[in-house]
Design a protein around this ligand. Structure first.
Ligand SMILES: [Zn+2]
Length: 419
């Protein structure tokens, strides 16, 4: 057992504690409180005082595609949503396994040096799984499934099944979980969605779906027309495929297929009707909010206030480096704070980036706050402005250059040299 102390401890589940400390017992937190009280109650324990620093739960990045880091700087800026998807599909064909592996390694290095301890990563190749497993990070690795041809759905679902069971076996007892990601309502056939749902239930998996991201997606499901019909599907070999259903919304469509529940994380969720919002709340589905990616692709701004009013769990995601400049959740928080000016306080943004993310990924029993019984997943940042409000300071100043230490399960996944 050991004690970590700092000028401020931000448990997130309760207000900041000045001169705070926490007791770590193996991989779990045993106690949290003022340092004087912990010292008195636990004499003789190993003690590490970080001095002018802030200790808080590790950040939770609920939506990434680490493998797509290989497409950084290659994607034209300011494309339309459909142009961007087309360019991604084309450029992905030139990527080798080595390029994917390198991108995953670099992405993980960026995550840990920014204080991220938990991630929801979507992988079309499976390459991020061994990388994340090696890193010691917590999270859910979702195996992506795409296919619009209903007659081939069984064949398409077979491969993920074999892959998922193998990953699950390897993930047992570690901090990583395995999930499935039917890509989006416009790229997965109804039969394939149902097969993914069966796999999910059979293997006890979590799911994530890109949903209601662009106006083009809304138009396609409403009328079967628009850029997805005229440009995206012909270019990806599905020009003959008819829309599965007309006159619905993406959320309504997923609900009709029985997919919405508390194990389902909807990514983007930009275009939601009042009815969609009610469906999310009633079924316990969660949302990944990716404001920088949404702005880059010009798809609009997600209705964060309405989601919060209905108590839908929302976490923040950077999305991939193909639509976002960094994997730093601090950059995401600052952008979100500007995009939703005045909507949330600094403490509320920090809460969304930690406990909100843990809730969105269904991992809040283990991580997301600093509380006795939870895993010792945390980050320490240097506090260069003594006397500053810790939440304000983090919102405006936090970044990799301030991160001193990142722990998952009580073990360092990143440590500044010389600490
Ligand atoms: Zn995505």
């Amino acid at each position: 057992m050991r004690i970590l102390a700092a000028r401020y401890l931000l448990p997130v589940s309760q207000p900041a504690i000045r001169d705070g400390a926490l007791l770590i017992d193996g991989s779990r937190i045993r106690a949290v409180g003022p340092r004087a009280a912990l010292k008195k109650g636990h004499p003789g324990l190993k003690w590490q005082d970080l001095g002018e620093a802030i200790l808080l739960p590790g950040l939770v990045n609920v939506h990434t595609h680490l493998e797509l880091g290989a497409l950084r700087e290659q994607v034209p800026s300011g494309p339309s949503f459909v142009e961007w998807v087309l360019s991604l599909v084309e450029r992905k064909q030139n990527l080798s396994w080595e390029m994917y592996t390198k991108a995953v390694e670099e992405g993980i290095a960026e995550l840990v040096r920014t204080g991220t301890t938990c991630v929801g990563d979507v992988t079309s190749t499976g390459v991020s799984f061994p990388g994340l497993k090696k890193s010691g990070l917590r999270g859910v690795v979702y195996r992506e499934v795409i296919g619009l041809d209903d007659s081939r759905a069984e064949g398409i679902a077979e491969m993920p099944f074999a892959h998922l069971t193998a990953m699950q076996e390897e993930a047992r007892r570690g901090p990583l979980e395995v999930g499935i990601s039917p890509h989006a309502p416009y790229s997965v056939s109804p039969r394939l969605f149902l097969l993914c749902r069966q796999l999910q239930q059979r293997l006890g998996l979590k799911a994530t779906v890109h949903t209601a991201e662009s106006g083009a997606e809304i138009e396609y499901l409403r009328s079967g027309a628009g850029e997805i019909r005229t440009r995206l599907l012909p270019a990806t070999g599905w020009g003959d495929v008819l829309p599965p259903i007309l006159g619905t919304t993406p959320v309504g469509y997923l609900h009709g297929l029985g997919l919405l529940d508390s194990k389902c994380l909807l990514v983007h969720a930009v275009h939601l009707t009042g009815e969609d919002l009610e469906l999310l709340a009633q079924n316990g589905a969660t949302v990944a909010h990716c404001p920088r990616s949404n702005a880059y692709l010009g798809v609009g701004r997600a209705p964060l206030k309405a989601l919060r009013d209905l108590k839908v769990p929302v976490g923040l995601g950077t999305d991939s480096l193909a639509s976002s400049e960094s994997l730093s959740l601090w950059d995401e928080i600052r952008f979100a704070n500007q995009a939703h000016s005045g909507l949330l306080s600094p403490a509320e943004w920090i809460t969304m980036a930690t406990s909100g993310g843990a809730q969105a990924l269904g991992l809040d029993r283990e991580t997301g706050t600093l509380e006795p019984g939870k895993r010792a997943d945390l980050v320490a940042l240097s506090l260069d402005e003594p006397g500053a409000d810790p939440n304000e300071y983090l919102l405006h100043e936090a970044g990799p250059e301030k991160v001193l230490l990142t722990l998952v399960d009580g073990k360092p996944v990143y440590e500044r040299q010389g600490l």
